[in-house]
Design a protein around this ligand. Structure first.
Ligand code: ZN
Length: 168
């Protein structure tokens, strides 16, 4: 079995990789809109990210992700919709649940909301969130690291992508 970047980082322990990702990073800017543009742009080039998943496949992917971290997988709920029509998904941290609007079970969206549950403290779509997000996109969509770096840089996002830290 081929080890993915996410699996390697999970194996080493997330906290070390996150500490490296946060070193000298901008932790004050709210990157939400830049992340949206980055995702639109990235998945125009790599349409697999915009692929729709079946409920069981999405739930299985969540189990894979959270098992690797030794955490309980979140519940996946398909909901009628959100007050803000631009929102298709929501990471409900308090209830450890991911809510996705019916018909919007996009692979990238499940991964995006997973990243929120993995680093709930980074509410600004900042360097910790972006680091986890790009690991998930590389590991579960197959985006090459070089492409992820290019698109992150194009949208002015935190660019740390290393999946292996130097052994202590
Ligand atoms: Zn988000």
């Amino acid at each position: 079995m081929i080890s993915t970047p996410f699996a390697r980082v999970a194996d080493q322990g997330l906290s070390r990789a996150l500490a490296a990702a946060l070193r000298q990073a901008d932790r004050n800017t709210d990157f939400r809109s830049a992340i949206c543009r980055f995702e639109d742009d990235l998945f125009a080039a790599f349409p697999a990210g915009h692929g729709l998943m079946g409920y069981d496949d999405a739930a299985a992917m969540l189990r894979d992700i959270f098992d690797m971290l030794g955490r309980k997988p979140p519940r996946l709920a398909l909901v009628a919709g959100f007050d803000d029509p631009r929102v298709g998904g929501f990471a409900d941290v308090r209830n450890h649940r991911i809510a996705i609007e019916k018909g919007y079970l996009y692979r990238f969206l499940v991964l995006h909301e997973s990243a929120h549950l993995i680093v709930p403290e980074d509410r600004r779509h900042g360097p910790a969130f972006t680091y986890i997000l790009q690991l998930l996109y590389r590991s579960f969509i197959g985006i090459p690291e070089e492409a992820v770096r290019r698109f992150l840089s194009r949208h002015g996002l935190p660019g740390y992508t290393a999946a292996a830290t130097i052994a202590a």
